[in-house]
Each structure stands twice: as C-alpha cells, then as structure tokens.
Design a protein around this ligand. Structure first.
Ligand code: ZN
Length: 126
C-alpha cells in the first residue's frame, strides 16, 4: 500500500508505506519533523500536522532526527544556532534559519538547500 503524507515543514508529500491511523506519530524522512496523522487517508493521502510540542523540544528533536537520518554531526556552534532559531520562532512565528536574512518557508530549518544535500556538497550548512 502506498500512502502519502503532507509535511507542513517541507511543504511536499512523502511516501508512507504503513497502513497508518489517526493519532499515529510519523517522522518526515526529508526534514526530520515529528508529525501526527490527523485523520483517515482520503485518495491515498493522510492529513497530518506538526506533533504538538513546546518550541524548544520541537526544533531540538527535528534537527537531531534530521542529523541522524542524514548521518551529519553538529559543529560547536550548535547551541548558538539553537538560540537563534528559538529567537526567530518567537519573533517571526517559525524556525527560520538565523544565518539567513529572509524569513521565508524555504529557510525554515532544516532549510531547503540543506534538505537538498548542501551539507554533502559544501561540507556544512549555510
Ligand atoms: Zn518534512
């Protein structure tokens, strides 16, 4: 069975091969976001939302999961970046990259370029 789940962080669907049910936790394989299925599949697509979490718990879990999925390690600047991410969340409503000026969906951590393997190409994220 091939189902799809929409990741509100990546803003695209990813394939989901298990049956799936309402309330089930799933992890976006692209960005590491923790999601929750909010209803039964319609047309092979499950509605999902970000799993309700405190902001700090949410972003820490997301970046840790993302790094684990990709086999990346954090630099010594991790805590500085985490502070910046939480500041952006508080001021602008989402975890926009603190190293980038524009607060746009493409820059929500892990940003689009990072999701598209910039780390593998450049050796580090922006
Ligand atoms: Zn995602």
């Amino acid at each position: 069975m091939k189902n799809k789940i929409y990741c509100p962080v990546c803003r695209i669907h990813f394939l989901y091969r298990e049956p799936g049910e309402k309330g089930q936790e799933v992890t976006c394989p692209i960005c590491g976001a923790k999601l929750e299925i909010t209803g039964p599949a319609g047309k092979g697509e499950f509605p999902a939302r970000k799993f309700p979490q405190e902001p700090e718990e949410e972003i820490r879990e997301r970046v840790d999961t993302f790094a684990r999925l990709k086999g990346y390690v954090f630099s010594e600047d991790k805590e500085l970046v985490m502070e910046g991410l939480l500041e952006k969340k508080e001021k602008y409503g989402d975890f926009y990259c603190p190293c980038r000026i524009e607060n746009i969906p493409e820059n929500v951590c892990p940003c689009l370029k990072t999701r598209h393997n910039e780390v593998r190409k450049e050796g580090h994220c922006f």
